[in-house]
Design a binder for this molecule. Sequence first.
Ligand SMILES: Nc1nc2c(ncn2[C@@H]2O[C@H](COP(=O)(O)OP(=O)(O)OP(=O)(O)O)[C@@H](O)[C@H]2O)c(=O)[nH]1
Length: 300
Amino acid sequence: MIDANELCLDALQALPDPMFIISESGRYIALLGGHDRQYYHDGHHLVNFHLNDVLPADKAAWFLEQIQLTLEKNALRIVEYPLAAEDVEGLPTDGGPEGELWFEGRIQPLPKPIEGERAVIWLASNITERHRLQNQLQHLSETDELTGLYNRRKLIAELERRFAEFRRYHHPLSLIIFDIDLFKQVNDKYGHLRGDAVLQELTELCAELIRDHDTLGRFGGEEFALILPNIRATEAATTAERLRKAIAEHSFQHIGNITISLGLTIAREDDDTIENLISRADEALYNAKRNGRNTYCQQL
Ligand SMILES: Nc1nc2c(ncn2[C@@H]2O[C@H](COP(=O)(O)OP(=O)(O)OP(=O)(O)O)[C@@H](O)[C@H]2O)c(=O)[nH]1
């Protein structure tokens, strides 16, 4: 006949992921499972130590906060966090995965106190590979393949974020939309691949001319957008002129000189959405084209 207690214990010991039992004050009460050294280090020495004894202060505080929140909610909580073997005092470094690992922690309150203290089960699954893929996917979904710049989707999200800051804190915000003049002729004369190379070279040139917190992205086709937070209209106009001049003076590989036209606007108190900003910048760009190209116009 099967001994249910023995089976339970065997099953717990064989858990693929480490299961910590941690008290409300942060003491490791027990550790079960997690024996595969391909995914986990041996953390058995942690038992009876306190989170503060073995983790850097900020990490220990974060773990304690998660335990507290779980006990308050009295329900399962799922968190994701990075942790490297070097972060954990006394962890044997021979064997076990290297570098920063990402974990999913499934934290569940225990029904009864242990030695007078409330406690949780903290099941830690190594999700490093999943995390890496998620990052890669996110990067792909936000990036324009040809230029490596933010794509339209990410630009819109970034503009939304900056516009919310403008509405909330009245931080000034400018938007420049620019596009290459007569780019169709470049493609027709030199071919699409050379045209692509121009888009890449132009990207590198522009990236050198903007501030760290400005956001440059490809809005679509040969159209780019530059989001300039915390800048006055006059400074944004200086940036527009700087870009225009730098492009006009640059000799692009194989094709020589090209020019761009730019439309500039700033966020206004009566703007309801970023669509207002985008359409004013577009209008300004259209005016720049009408004014003979290789220039910038503003629609404030
Ligand atoms: N090589 C290349 N060309 C592109 C890409 N995206 C858009 N284009 C080209 O950009 C050109 C845009 O042409 P138009 O909209 O007529 O504008 P334009 O010739 O630049 O003229 P203006 O904007 O009026 O100065 C088209 O020939 C598109 O094929 C791209 O990824 N690579």
